[in-house]
Write a new protein. Structure first.
Length: 144
């Protein structure tokens, strides 16, 4: 019997960082160097919350929430949502997103946002079915 559950990460080790690193490779074609040090920094950052989806003690998915206050109110962003390729199509992405929505609901009043690559058709459909509305805006970035 498979035991699937979502847990908030509160500690880091090299095994967890390696599992997350493998998931991130499935999310983006960009090189992502994710180590125990980065995971520790992420977990210890009060503006970040990391949730993992586990199956029999193996990490099969991840979702991160970043939260901050601005003059126009509290904002939360869902970032880096990924479920292992071998586990997709089973509703686990929806489980993660629903968990994130319920978590952010406890921070109300708050606006929950996310971005998603248009090529990720299933992910975009998931977000729409969970009540997210497409915001017509431009996203700009600058990397250092």
């Amino acid at each position: 019997m498979t035991n699937i559950h979502i847990a908030r990460l509160t500690s880091a080790n090299s095994e967890i960082a390696a599992s997350i690193s493998l998931l991130l490779k499935q999310l983006t074609s960009n090189e992502v160097l994710f180590t125990e040090r980065e995971l520790t920094e992420l977990i210890n950052n009060p503006a970040s919350t990391v949730f993992v989806l586990q199956s029999n003690c193996h990490i099969i998915g991840i979702l991160t929430i970043g939260c901050f206050l601005s003059p126009t109110g509290r904002k939360a962003w869902i970032e880096d949502v990924v479920v292992d390729n071998s586990m997709r199509g089973k509703g686990y992405g929806a489980m993660l997103v629903n968990h994130a929505i319920e978590y952010v609901r406890t921070l109300a009043p708050c606006t929950l946002m996310l971005t998603s690559n248009p090529a990720r058709i299933a992910a975009n459909e998931l977000y729409r079915t969970r009540g997210f509305e497409r915001k017509h805006t431009n996203v700009y970035r600058m990397q250092f």
